[in-house]
Design a protein around this ligand. Structure first.
Ligand SMILES: [Zn+2]
Length: 113
């Protein structure tokens, strides 16, 4: 298992939290929890490292949704507030954020404006 992949996953998800001013103490603690559980997971299944970044983003998104906030929301379309989600759903390879309404790719993971 390549520890660099976990560092990169953490950096990409943190960048997207910060891009949306969502990097609260709570969100960062969800991120740390997700990284530690996915580190364990990738140690059991080294090929899974391809999927880690997207899975960590999904873990943080779910944890935030269950508590305080919807992250990340789509800023591209008008209308009611709606979310972006990670594609491919498996978490990788090459995870991108996709609008749940339009289906358009908004940004690569780590590249939200
Ligand atoms: Zn949208």
């Amino acid at each position: 298992m390549d520890p660099q992949a976990l560092f990169e996953a953490r950096a990409r998800v943190l960048a997207d939290l910060e891009a949306r001013r969502a990097a609260t103490a709570e969100a960062v603690s969800f991120l740390e929890d997700a990284i530690s559980s996915r580190t364990w997971w990738a140690e059991q299944w080294p090929e899974g490292v391809t999927y880690v970044a997207g899975l960590v983003a999904q873990d943080v998104q779910d944890a935030l949704f269950e508590t305080t906030q919807r992250w990340p929301v789509c800023l591209t379309c008008g209308g009611p507030v709606h979310s972006l989600y990670i594609q491919p759903d498996l978490g990788g390879p090459d995870p991108v954020w996709v609008c749940e309404e339009s289906g358009d790719v908004v940004a690569p993971l780590g590249g939200l404006a």
